[in-house]
Design a protein around this ligand. Structure first.
Ligand SMILES: Cc1cc2nc3c(=O)[nH]c(=O)nc-3n(C[C@H](O)[C@H](O)[C@H](O)COP(=O)(O)O)c2cc1C
Length: 155
């Protein structure tokens, strides 16, 4: 089983930490989209797409990359880290993948730490950042490992 994980993690590397956990459970090739190289999907049995969430959105460049890949019939999954840690942020990735004919097998999310004062004075973000402190944590990693095992078994 060959697994590829393509991700964007340009703030604190939180999403990359989850990608690395996935990779410890299955033998994965990892591509951080900041590295800009060509991406070939043919030889992979399963492909994961992950992103941090910035201003309510996963990385637009990841969505653009999805639009350029050959994914018809390919088993895929999505994941994100964000201040609130909710799965609904993964919707735009799921939509982009379904538009390409990929088979979405699962969706994972967890909290990722952030420092509110680095980008906003809005007080609710200060509270959110306290709740996200220390994430991803050991419990998140355990959930990530469980999720990855399910993804592998689904193919
Ligand atoms: C500019 C900026 C905007 C953010 N916007 C949101 C947001 O709208 N919702 C949220 O839940 N988290 C938000 N966050 C928190 C990040 O999603 C969180 O830190 C995530 O783990 C970052 O992933 P990365 O370290 O892999 O880039 C924001 C962080 C930054 C720096």
């Amino acid at each position: 089983m060959k697994v590829l994980i393509i991700y964007s993690s340009h703030y604190k590397g939180n999403t990359e930490k989850i990608a690395e956990r996935f990779s410890e459970k299955a033998d994965c090739d990892l591509i951080n989209i900041k590295d800009n190289g060509p991406i070939h999907t043919e030889k992979y049995d399963l492909i994961g797409f992950g992103s941090g969430v910035y201003k309510e959105s996963t990385a637009p460049r990841l969505v653009k990359i999805i639009s350029q890949l050959e994914l018809e019939g390919k088993p895929v999954f999505v994941f994100s880290t964000s201040g609130v840690g909710i799965k609904s942020y993964n919707r735009s990735l799921i939509h982009a993948l379904e538009m390409k004919g990929a088979k979405v097998r699962g969706s994972f999310s967890c909290k990722g730490s952030f420092v509110a004062k680095e980008f906003t004075d809005v007080r609710i973000f200060a509270l959110m950042s306290r709740l996200a402190k220390g994430h991803p944590n050991n419990r998140d990693y355990k959930e990530a490992e469980k999720f990855m095992m399910n993804m592998v078994q689904s193919v």
